[in-house]
Design a protein around this ligand. Sequence first.
Ligand SMILES: NC(=O)c1ccc[n+]([C@@H]2O[C@H](COP(=O)([O-])OP(=O)(O)OC[C@H]3O[C@@H](n4cnc5c(N)ncnc54)[C@H](OP(=O)(O)O)[C@@H]3O)[C@@H](O)[C@H]2O)c1
Length: 247
Amino acid sequence: MKVGILGTGFMGKQLASRLAAAGHAVKAANSRGAETVPAEALTTGATAANAEDAVRDVDVVILAMPHPGFAKIRELIATLPEEVVVIDISNYFPGRDPENPELEAGKAESEWTRDYFGRPIAKAWNSIGMASFESQGRPKGTPGRVALPVSGDRERDREAAIKLVEDTGFDGYDAGTLAESWRQQPGSPVYITDLTRDEMGPALAAAERERLPARRDLSAQVFAERVGERASPDAETVVRIARALFM
Ligand SMILES: NC(=O)c1ccc[n+]([C@@H]2O[C@H](COP(=O)([O-])OP(=O)(O)OC[C@H]3O[C@@H](n4cnc5c(N)ncnc54)[C@H](OP(=O)(O)O)[C@@H]3O)[C@@H](O)[C@H]2O)c1
């Protein structure tokens, strides 16, 4: 597939290198211009672009940025051809992100993103922590391979996103429409807990919507205490903490 990635931070640069390694034609952009795209994003054949060029003539656009970046690309995304698959990987974290009254009132984050851009989107990769994304990718069929939920209102969007998730080293799990996508938000049993395909269905079903914000905010405090002067927690530690808080 031809893939444009907007955002080359922790997640975007790994997405760019993995998807290019899997044979996709990848263009990667950040907020500042092609010459500032980090080299790690380009090690396997992705090319650096500015945001306008990254989304031109592609099959898929991946939004790999926090919500504050959305304003600058709103027009660009809203005017993409309808058949382009737009995949959002974002999570809302109050404190890091400006307060969003609709999300505070309980709207599903992906439904907010869909309405913000006024076009269909899919949600994927939001539920994997960056340390696990870096270290837990495995070939298809490997026992215990980590699974990631994929939501979207159009079947073709989910199919494309599942294919790309598989190509980054994880089982893609069809989690249904965006109305149900709150089940994969921060604070839910599937969020950064590295579950397998067999564990995914029961864990999505076990999510309790009204408890997610409190659990998300608690986890933000716990993880903030573990970074800084100390090294950031490794994948195993992140999963251990997340399972204790969210499951
Ligand atoms: N980190 C994780 O563990 C993780 C895991 C899953 C999902 N997520 C979610 O994924 C999103 C990205 O996370 P991250 O950790 O990768 O963020 P990050 O390291 O802060 O990187 C954000 C990237 O977005 C780019 N950006 C911002 N506004 C942009 C714009 N208008 N056009 C193009 N690029 C723009 C930034 O560009 P510059 O480099 O020019 O500033 C930067 O490259 C967040 O919503 C996060 O919650 C994160």
